[in-house]
Ligand binder design. Sequence first.
Ligand code: EPZ
Length: 451
Amino acid sequence: MSSVLTVRGGVPLTGRVKVRGAKNLVPKAMVAALLGNEPSVLRNVPEIKDVEVVTSLLQIHGVTVLKDPVTGDLTLDPQNAKTAPSTAIDAHAGDSRIPILFCGPLIHAIGEAFIPDLGGCKIGDRPIDYHLNVLRQFGAVVEKRPGGIHISAPKGLHGTKISLPYPSVGATEQVLLAATRADGITELTGAATEPEIVDLISVLQKMGAIISVQTDRTIRIEGVKELRGYSHRALPDRNEAASWASAALVTRGDIYVAGASQRDMMTFLNTYRKMGGGMDINDDGIRFYHQGGKLNPLVLETDVHPGFMTDWQQPLVVALTQAEGVSIVHETVYENRFGFTEALVRMGANIQVHRECLGSVPCRFGQRNFLHSAVVSGSTQLKGTDIDIPDLRGGFSHLIAALAATGTSRVTGIDVINRGYERFTSKLEGLGADFDVQNSRKSTPAAQISR
Ligand code: EPZ
């Protein structure tokens, strides 16, 4: 059942939201529990679709997943892990990108894995060549089969030297989850070092893994025979926090984001301040607010950590449409992450996308026909329109644009936002947004939320 939002714009978002565990860590920590010889406990778990998908995939593989009805904490017990029926696995095809990370843990647990075709946001081709090459280097046999990929390792997995052509978050996680119980030492160069990666390393170290991160993006793992369970509180979701911060600028509002961590958002906070955004940082969260004056345009380039995170780009582009002057955004992580700007242009934004690398350094996509640079001229008055949400971050960007626009917007496909933003409609309601939610089936009375 898909829901439709009717949004009446022009109301500043003011109030408090709380961000919980990071979408880009929690599902990975759940998969890591498969590597242990006893139950693990994961805290600060958000109610998002990616967690549901991984819970279901773990359960069909014999892992019991118990959710505390009050705190939402998960207890994951991998002691009866088993091969899953392929029909049950197929049912998850297209749901998420996380299943590819089951390979190493399932090989260690039951000797093989069948990974369904992956889902995830359409922000580029999203290949998994790095993942498959890494698994082969550990000694796995990779076979493409109808509906997915079969991975096995008759002689188990052995340590190896791996150099990633690009600091891929997923491929780095693939190495970590395969190497910790592989036979021997693994050295990974060109690794991703995002806060979510460091949190996953913390989880594995609690289980008994021996992992060191060196200053030159080299990660060294000494394989161990057995791992215990872990007890871990997931780091907060910096991407959701940044999304609400952009929403405060776009709607000229004032939002306190409880749980936001300054340490994980340093580059975002510098950029926000340069735009003229207001912020008050305390031990429990960060207040983000529009200061009433003009917003400043920016020249911005996304990059791997500690650079400006690609997941922060889309909501901030909406804020740049409200800045006085010309901004330039060079997206260097994904080749096709400006598709969401079409709807913003229909709403009155002045955004042009270009094939050239409009940034300090040429990136992988230069002259390869990808529209991966944007020029934003502001400020422009946004007008409500019909919007069909394309992907997670683009969808959130459309929502905040509709909330700032004059007039009414009809937003369809909002269920994709449930993948990464926990209870976002109730958060919007709590911030004073003026909207109704209807489900698209005529037979059921609409669940009206209106103010
Ligand atoms: C993770 O995706 C995040 N998703 C993304 O967040 C995030 O944008 C991305 O890391 C970068 O930080 C999750 O953690 C679930 P990558 P991932 O491998 O691991 C290329 C969001 O909105 N590549 O670092 O899939 C790839 O095409 C999502 O929360 C290959 O070429 O990202 C891309 O250009 C969006 N071959 C670049 O590397 C591969 O085998 C970075 O991808 C793998 C990746």
